[in-house]
Design a protein around this ligand. Structure first.
Ligand SMILES: Cc1cc2nc3c(=O)[nH]c(=O)nc-3n(C[C@H](O)[C@H](O)[C@H](O)COP(=O)(O)OP(=O)(O)OC[C@H]3O[C@@H](n4cnc5c(N)ncnc54)[C@H](O)[C@@H]3O)c2cc1C
Length: 179
């Protein structure tokens, strides 16, 4: 049997599909928005770095997309490379320190439930917020008198050159607007 399949472009040096003209309406809560010029869903920090590197080499702007629960995207779409974090998933719990470390694409309600099932408190407010952890940190999401900044010890990020950056809430200048 012989099958004819479209060849898929990949981010250079990775097996991460690099797609063109992807409708962003499927990636936002309000189901509106035009197409991304270029679109990737990396699964590892290395693939994120490869995306940044590729966009930089092409002179393209980069936009981060989480769960799309706080975005209204124009019908004209977005230029450049859209990096969607939803496949960046990993959570580890340090029971001794009472700390969890999670990847940017982890859904906030999942983190809240996982913490609660371990008998931990502190993320109850997050159970109804339909965003990712990365989006929550960026927006300082909050509810019921609590917010992300209160629990966040640090965030590990990446510069557009692919260098690692560590942020603390102080450096983010998060305001405790939900208190
Ligand atoms: C039904 C509903 C209920 C909501 N309830 C609340 C609520 O109670 N409290 C509240 O605070 N918000 C609420 N929101 C808004 C929204 O869920 C939060 O702001 C959430 O934190 C957004 O996360 P996201 O992953 O969806 O981000 P997105 O909407 O995908 O992106 C929002 C912004 O964050 C940036 N961003 C996303 N991920 C990253 C990343 N990894 N690195 C850098 N930048 C990133 C994007 O570029 C964009 O500027 C609600 C939304 C809906 C639809």
């Amino acid at each position: 049997m012989v099958l004819s399949l479209d060849r898929q472009d990949l981010l250079p040096g990775t097996n991460c599909p690099l797609q063109r003209h992807v409708s962003l309406s499927a990636y936002t809560s309000y189901r509106v928005g035009g197409a991304a010029e270029w679109f990737v869903m990396p699964r590892t920090p290395e693939q994120v770095a490869a995306g940044l590197d590729w966009a930089h080499s092409q002179g393209l702007p980069v936009t981060l997309l989480g769960a799309g629960s706080n975005l209204l995207i124009s019908d004209r779409g977005l230029p450049g490379l859209i990096i969607c974090s939803r496949h960046l998933r990993q959570v580890t719990f340090d029971d001794e320190a009472g700390q969890l470390t999670a990847a940017a694409g982890e859904p906030l309600p999942n983190l809240a439930w996982k913490a609660a099932r371990r008998g931990w408190r502190g993320l109850e407010w997050a159970v109804g917020i339909p965003g990712t952890l990365g989006g929550a940190v960026f927006m300082n999401a909050g509810a019921h008198g609590a917010c992300t900044a209160e629990s966040l010890l640090q965030a590990q990020g990446m510069s557009f050159d692919g260098d690692e950056i560590i942020w603390t809430p102080k450096r983010f200048t998060l305001c405790l607007s939900h208190l």
